[in-house]
Design a protein around this ligand. Structure first.
Ligand SMILES: [Zn+2]
Ligand SMILES: [Zn+2]
Length: 977
């Protein structure tokens, strides 16, 4: 479809696109060309010869022949290929903006150009245009005479000559050039009609202020279509041609160093020439004339003061992304390379009259721009002095900055690009979506978990999150050999869904290094369109697992879009087609876009499911919309808080957002992707989904995916009831599996033993039998990295696990080396204290029984007053209460095992017993004495029976503390004796 291949003879004008096609159709029956050229040229030289007179004829002929031999061929391509403005459209075909470089030019057919304007140009530039054959001899003679007088070679050119000069020849003033120009002009006139020549002239001539051709000049100066121009305006435009800088009406009217009279006089001259040559009437002339004594307003003369071309087009970040995208695709298409190729492609966009149909959705673009420009929840910077960054061009840019991109993942078409937090202030303002920005953990679905699923869960779904050096990376991470998790903790063994949900770095790094290998991880990234060499060439594990280096944001979005698109990657595209000035398609999305299956649909399904967990209950909850919508995503927080990231998708769109400093200055250390980037993602995406209904990512699980329940420790199939009976309460896990990854082996890490419920350890001989149960304990397999943990660490991260144990029956409680495996709570000492307890309980019970039997004994019953009885009952109650000290119960299922068991404390019981003994003795002794006295009195028959009430204050005080001896039982007040 290259332009060069088009047969000129077959070109037909296309309405509304471009009229030059077919315009330069050669005359079908040219007059005797050679003769004509010869005659005309001869005439010219005769004139020259006569005028120059003194020169030798032979010498002159020689020089002239030399000039003519050096004349470039009459290359029509070059007239047609004058620069022409390109147009950029949105995805619905609506114009976003014209686009041009230095020359704004839109072709107009001669029918479109008012006769008045044609006449004005002819009147002032070449009044005999329709009668000469390329050269106006009358004028030439005049010009040469002029030239001899004042050495000017201006003013002699016909319109045909000017066209040649403007389009085919370099701007050089010399006799040689003049002769070549004349020679070509004659040729042109032989081949083409006057109308064709005039049309080309009016469309290629310069009208000042960057405008080429009448159409753009009319728009730029008067804001008018050609058909709406007034006679005066036609005269203004025609007047410019002779010297576009000097006669520029905008400059003359508005530049304080210029005078409106320059334009007035010039315009009036054009009008006078039109009148004198019969193009207009005297009345028309008088009416259109400009009066130097009046202001432009007074005579209704208006030139637009500010040219549109100075203002920035809408959606600048998207428009400029497209321009560069088209540039690169044109280079590929035409095989252009290097700087030169880039310049060529750029020139074609600026001057080629292209029609570029982009993929931007103006509404989505507007929503995204507003969301980013108005986003308030920016993470604070670590140092407030970094709040403004002066870029290399001297612009002061507020920090931190932000960017966002939205892709329709079903088509790979980019719908919105926001390259900064503040609207661009000029052309090609920094567009951050094309920069390499560090992505942090947002890399994990692409390089860690996607490949892990695709490879069939090598090593199973249980991952090691422990501070043990990763094989082959022992020197990394300051020599620790493992990365830090963002909360600084380790979970021991963790299933893969939890690992991605909580963004566990150790687990991710282990997958890349120990499970899938950096080669496979990098291979998948490359297939997903990631090009950053640190990732795909150097295959650095800290990049592949933790995303510490930069990746182009568009590439990231496209890679996520591949997951959303069920594993099929599609090159992100910003345009659907590009047409050349003749309406021929040069570029088409379908020829550019690569589509490839990177992940099986089953992989995409599982990965999406996990990423939904991230948003529903993991680090990405702030991305959730206020109304229900399925969202899958992943947060990213950079090492040293250099930026925050969120990438994710709905069933409709994929978007990535970034916030960070342009000069890699750190954010405050509480900056996390979940906290700052996820809400920005929501701000961009939620309004886009306003009218879209919620729907699941998949109507049903794709083929090749099954749900399987496995042991939560080994990740293998449960071994009977052993796995669900885990002593430390680890649960079975039900997870999606690619069918080929379903484990075939049964769990071999769980073994059944007798466990003390209190300690979750092997029952010792002293453990109470009613609290001993049959449970499963974990025995680490030989190759487990957890074996490298210290005993203390092992118990911390995997409580109750045994490092190496094949036969539990061989363990001997009495062997000090084996003692560590047994319950540390129920010891011999504990057992002895229990014996003491039982003994004491028995004695206490006996005591209570004896006191109670005395209370109900008829001997005492009637003589006990209420006060005494209450005191006794209270003391019994207190003793019972102290006996009721419930022994410590074993922890409930799922709770932490006990690390300490208090030994039995006999003191409270002993104290209460002692008190009860004292009290009952005091009371009953007193009654005994009373009975004795009564008996004596009866014996003596005495009548003085003075039964005294029982004194109030003669009980021993009820003292549970240790100073009760200070007020011993004998220390009574009001004793009767
Ligand atoms: Zn198990
Ligand atoms: Zn025990």
């Amino acid at each position: 479809m290259k332009r060069e291949n088009i047969n000129k003879e077959n070109r037909k004008p296309k309405k509304g696109i471009h009229k030059i096609k077919g315009y330069f159709q050669e005359r079908t029956n040219p007059p005797n060309f050679i003769l004509s050229v010869f005659v005309t040229t001869l005439k010219m030289f005769v004139v020259l010869f006569i005028l120059l007179g003194f020169a030798g004829f032979g010498a002159l002929l020689g020089i002239a022949k030399g000039y003519l031999d050096a004349t470039p061929a009459l290359d029509l391509e070059r007239i047609e290929n004058q620069s022409e403005t390109s147009f950029i459209y949105d995805r619905y075909g609506n114009l976003i903006t014209p686009y041009y470089g230095l020359e704004n030019r839109v072709w107009a057919s001669l029918d479109e150009i008012p006769k008045m304007l044609q006449d004005a140009v002819i009147a002032v530039e070449d009044v005999r245009f329709y009668s000469h054959r390329g050269i106006d001899f009358k004028r030439l003679v005049g010009a040469i005479i002029n030239n001899l007088r004042n050495e000017s070679i201006q003013g002699a050119s016909t319109i045909t000559q000017q066209l040649i000069k403007n389009t085919l020849l370099t701007p050089e003033r010399s006799y040689k050039r003049k002769i070549q120009e004349a020679y070509l002009a004659i040729q042109l006139e032989q081949k083409y009609t006057k109308q064709q020549i005039l049309e080309a002239y009016l469309n290629t001539s310069y009208f000042g202020s960057g405008n080429y051709g009448v159409k753009t000049a009319a728009q730029d100066y008067f804001g008018k279509e050609l058909k709406d121009l007034t006679l005066r305006e036609c005269a203004v435009l025609a007047g410019i041609l002779r010297n576009p800088y000097y006669y520029d009406p905008r400059k003359n009217l508005y530049d304080p160093n210029r005078k409106p009279e320059i334009t007035y006089n010039r315009t009036n001259l054009v009008l006078r020439l039109m009148y004198e040559n019969g193009f207009i009437t005297k009345e028309q002339y008088e009416e259109a004339k400009l009066d130097p004594n009046k202001t432009p307003e007074e005579q209704g003369f208006k030139v637009i003061e500010k040219s549109n071309r100075d203002s920035l087009y809408p959606m600048p970040h998207f428009v400029e992304y497209v321009i560069l995208d088209v540039r690169d695709r044109l280079m590929e298409h035409f095989g252009w390379t290097g700087d030169e190729g880039r310049q060529k492609a750029m020139k074609l966009i600026q001057e080629g009259g292209l029609r570029i149909y982009t993929t931007v959705d103006p509404e989505i673009q507007k929503i995204a721009e507003e969301a980013v420009y108005n986003y308030k929840n920016l993470p604070p910077l670590a140092n407030s002095k970094d709040r403004v960054y002066t870029d290399p061009q001297g612009h002061e840019i507020p920090q931190p900055q932000a960017a966002a991109i939205v892709i329709d993942h079903t088509t790979g078409e980019i719908r919105a690009i926001v390259g900064g937090r503040t609207p661009p202030q000029g052309r090609f303002w920094t567009n951050r979506v094309t920069q390499a920005l560090a992505v942090g953990s947002a890399i994990k679905p692409l390089s860690v978990y996607g490949p892990f699923i695709e490879a069939g869960y090598p090593g199973g779904i249980i991952l090691e999150d422990v501070p043990v050096p990763i094989k082959g990376l022992e020197g990394e991470w300051n020599g620790r050999g493992y990365p830090r998790n963002y909360d600084g903790r380790f979970k021991g063994l963790v299933d893969v869904r939890t690992a991605i949900k909580n963004s566990i770095n150790v687990a991710a790094a282990r997958i890349v290094q120990e499970r899938v290998g950096p080669d496979y991880s990098a291979e998948k990234l490359l297939e997903l369109g990631i090009t950053s060499p640190l990732y795909v060439k150097e295959k650095i594990v800290t990049d592949l697992a933790l995303g510490q280096d930069g990746i182009n944001m568009v590439e990231m979005a496209a890679a996520y879009a591949a997951i959303a698109n069920r594993g099929i990657y599609q090159t992100p595209v910003s345009f659907t087609k590009v047409l050349d000035r003749d309406g021929n398609e040069i570029l088409n999305k379908d020829n550019i876009q690569v589509k490839r299956a990177v992940f099986k649909e089953s992989t995409a399904f599982i990965l999406t499911d996990w990423m939904e967990t991230v948003v529903n209950s993991g680090t990405g909850t702030r991305a959730k919309f206020s109304k229900p919508m399925h969202i899958a995503g992943k947060t990213g927080t950079l090492n040293n808080f250099m930026g925050v990231y969120f990438a994710g998708f709905t069933p409709y769109y994929t978007a990535t957002v970034w916030i960070g400093h342009d000069d890699y200055k750190p954010l405050k250390d509480d900056a996390q992707g979940g906290r700052f980037a996820a809400p920005l993602w929501k701000a961009v995406m939620e309004p886009i989904h306003k009218d879209l209904e919620n729907k699941p990512f998949y109507d049903k699980p794709p083929e090749g995916v099954v749900r399987v329940t496995v042991c939560g420790v080994s990740g293998k199939l449960p071994n009977g009831t052993l796995c669900e009976n885990d002593a430390s309460g680890r649960k079975l896990i039900t997870e999606w599996f690619p069918v080929e990854a379903v484990p075939k082996e049964k769990c071999d890490v769980h073994q059944e033993v007798e466990i003390c419920k209190y300690s979750n350890k092997l029952a010792s001989p002293y453990c109470p039998r009613e609290h001993v149960v049959k449970k499963s304990v974990i025995v680490l397999p030989k190759d487990s990295p957890l074996r490298q943990l210290s005993n203390e660490q092992l118990q911390k991260y995997l409580p109750g696990a045994f490092r190496d144990m094949t036969d539990f029956s061989a363990l001997d409680y009495n062997n000090p080396e084996d003692r560590q495996y047994f319950c540390p709570l129920h010891t011999q000492e504990w057992y002895n204290s229990q014996q003491v307890r039982e003994d004491l309980y028995k004695r206490a019970q006996d005591l209570i029984n004896s006191v109670r039997s005395k209370i109900s004994d008829p001997r005492y019953k009637d003589r006990l007053n209420d006060e005494a009885r209450n005191a006794l009952e209270k003391a019994i109650e207190a003793l019972l209460k102290s006996l009721n000290q419930t022994p410590v119960e074993p922890p409930a299922e799922g709770e932490k095992p006990l690390t300490q068991l208090p030994l039995f404390d006999p003191k409270p019981i002993e104290q209460n017993m002692a008190y009860l003994i004292e009290l009952s003795r005091t009371i009953f002794d007193s009654i005994d004495r009373q009975i004795q006295e009564e008996n004596q009195i009866q014996e003596e028959n005495a009548n003085q029976n003075q039964q005294m009430p029982f004194p109030q204050n003669n009980f021993p005080s009820h003292n549970t503390d240790n100073n009760r001896n200070k007020r011993g039982p004998n220390n009574k007040k009001g004793a009767q004796d």
